[in-house]
Design a protein around this ligand. Structure first.
Ligand code: XUL
Ligand code: CO
Length: 433
């Protein structure tokens, strides 16, 4: 036990009228919605990096947080782990996620990095057994260290490709040992700063081969989890190859991986790509590659990936509507890839940020389930396409342009435009959120 969160008891569901800041008003983990508990629908996860590794810096200033575990010894890494598991217990979250660099100090070389990761993996295992908290996903940080400044899999230097591949192997091993349900690849530096020094064809070919190796190794060790790519259009690089869901799908098709790899979709990344969160979710579902979500929100004015905790129920409801329509999570979940604002210094800020976000997500999911159970939206969507239900309309898809032209002439086809009823649909949604 550490005393970091001293005085803060485990949070319980107290209902919407509770004035206790340290309680859930909407997230009742045992409440059943559409035949499943909220805990099983939402599958909440804490992101180790934002809550325990990030020092509170921004481009204009350094560390604002003072945490007793900051430093680069293994003892401090274990204190960090103890504190993290205490927070998971207080929040009652079933999952967490981590990068290698979040959980162990950087070693002198690959061998030392791996030994340290293995030591922490064993330490996590004990904590996981004690608390029942599970690993939603593991990942390798292939973007912070200076060796990755020009990319990992797409680096012009084959030694960097090798270092990255070896590192992913050790992170996949650690994730497998911890029973992780997914393994994530986010290509923060897999892109370019300037086209003037970049060989696009070669870099994409290397990224494709790298991902094939990840999938091959997953099968070799019998890792049963899902491999997930996390799209993002830019930041830190000017252009990232995994721009958005549709781009990732094209990439997976090119390298024969579309049945092996799914996507981890982040709200803020969708916004940076010029999409809505629900657009990216609906696109992934329609392509059969929906996997998991990184839940957060961007500041809509700043144009940055600000990674704030979600606080808009209507937005979150539309996102979970797409998740539920896609059949809900299987190996995926709701990972809070979100960080405090840098002035939020107190231990309780970490708890309250997650508690509020969990309540927002619970309300959003319940609203989404109510919309789906009511069925009005899907009825109106189906009615819009009803003309295609006739045998005649279906037969046309097997014809060619000339026979369709003959059909239009013969039957005097002359379409009458119909309303898209957008405002009616928006009013309908507002009844639930
Ligand atoms: C960066 C980001 C990452 C990934 C994991 O924008 O979202 O934290 O989620 O590497
Ligand atoms: Co993310």
């Amino acid at each position: 036990m550490t005393d970091f969160f001293k005085g803060i008891p485990p949070l319980a569901y107290e209902g919407p009228d509770s004035s206790n800041a340290f309680s859930f008003r909407h997230y009742d983990p045992a409440r059943k919605v559409m035949g499943k508990t909220l805990a099983d629908h939402l599958r909440f996860s804490v992101a180790y990096w934002h809550s325990f590794a990030w020092p509170g810096g921004d481009p204009f200033g350094g560390q604002t947080f003072e945490r007793p575990w900051f430093g680069d010894t293994m003892d401090l890494a274990k204190l960090k782990a103890d504190t993290a598991f205490e927070m998971f217990r207080i929040l009652g979250v079933p999952f967490f996620c981590f990068h290698d660099a979040d959980v162990r100090p950087e070693g002198a070389d690959f061998v030392e990095n791996t030994a340290r990761l293995e030591e922490i993996t064993d330490y996590f295992l004990e904590n996981m057994e004690d608390t029942g908290v599970r690993l939603l996903w593991g990942t390798a940080n292939l973007f912070s260290h200076r060796r990755y400044m020009a990319g990992a899999a797409t680096n012009p230097d084959p030694d960097v490709f090798a270092f990255a591949a070896a590192t992913v192997k050790s992170c996949l091993d650690a994730t497998h040992k911890l029973g992780g349900e997914n393994y994530v690849l986010w290509g923060g530096r897999e892109g370019y700063e300037t086209l003037l020094n970049t060989d696009l064809s070669r870099e994409r070919a290397h990224a494709g081969r790298f991902l094939q190796m990840v999938v091959e190794y997953k099968h070799k060790i019998g890792f049963p989890g899902t491999i997930l790519i996390e799209p993002k259009p830019q930041e830190p690089t000017k252009h990232q190859y995994d721009h958005d869901v549709a781009t990732v799908y094209g990439f997976l098709k090119e390298f024969g991986l579309e049945t092996e790899v799914k996507v981890n979709i982040e709200q803020g990344h969708a916004i940076l790509a010029g999409h809505s969160f629900e657009h990216e979710l609906a696109m992934a579902a329609s392509l059969g590659i929906f996997g998991s979500i990184d839940m957060n929100r961007n500041d809509y004015q700043s144009g940055w990936d600000t990674d704030q905790f979600p606080n808009s129920v209507p937005e979150v409801a539309l996102a979970y509507y797409e998740v539920l329509k896609a059949g809900g999570f299987t190996t995926g979940g709701t990972n809070f890839d979100a960080k405090l604002r840098r002035q939020s210094l107190d231990p309780e800020d970490l708890i309250l940020a997650h508690a509020g976000a969990m309540d927002v997500c619970a309300r959003g999911l319940m609203a989404a389930a109510a919309m789906l159970e009511d069925g009005g939206l899907e009825d109106m969507r189906a009615a819009r396409y009803a003309g295609w239900n006739s045998d005649d309309a279906q037969a046309m898809l097997g014809e060619d342009l000339a026979s369709i032209a003959a059909r239009v002439t013969r039957d005097g086809i002359n379409p009458t435009p119909v309303s898209g009823r957008q405002e009616r649909l928006e009013n309908w949604v507002n009844r639930f959120v």
